[in-house]
Structures are given as structure tokens and as C-alpha cells.
Design a protein. Structure first.
Length: 75
């Protein structure tokens, strides 16, 4: 499924965002653990990354893979 900002904030709303978290959260946490060894701190980094995703959805370029964009925010 290709995700766009309208999928998350438009008609998809909260359920679409939950789907994004379900799909990408584990990988996002693995990436955070590369930089932060403490699991609790890495989880905070991931929470901050998801907030940045929500705040930056209007700047997401749908021509790029969403996973890459989320990873660039996390790392």
C-alpha cells in the first residue's frame, strides 16, 4: 500500500496512522537502537520521530518511499 499525507490526515485519519505505526514502528525502533543503546531512550526517540512525522506530513514528497522518509527523521 502506498501511503501519502492525505492517507494519514485526510480520509484515512487515525486508523491510517495506526496502520503506519504498525507497519514501520519495529524497524524505526531498530534504527533508533543503532544510535541509542538504552531501550527506553530509543523508544523516546521513536516517539519523537512519530510526532515529527505527523507534523511534517505536509512536506512529505509522495514520490519518495515513506519508509525512507520516516528513517531520515529517526536517524
Amino acid at each position: 500500500m502506498k501511503h501519502t499525507s492525505s492517507t494519514c490526515c485526510g480520509t484515512g485519519g487515525e486508523s491510517a496512522f495506526v496502520e503506519l505505526i504498525d507497519r514501520y514502528n519495529a524497524g524505526t525502533l531498530r534504527l533508533a537502537r543503532v544510535f541509542v543503546l538504552d531501550v527506553s531512550v530509543a523508544e523516546e526517540v521513536v516517539q519523537d520521530a512519530w510526532l515529527a512525522v505527523v507534523r511534517g506530513l505536509d512536506r512529505f514528497d509522495a514520490r519518495s518511499p515513506l519508509k525512507r522518509w520516516i528513517s531520515s527523521i529517526t536517524g
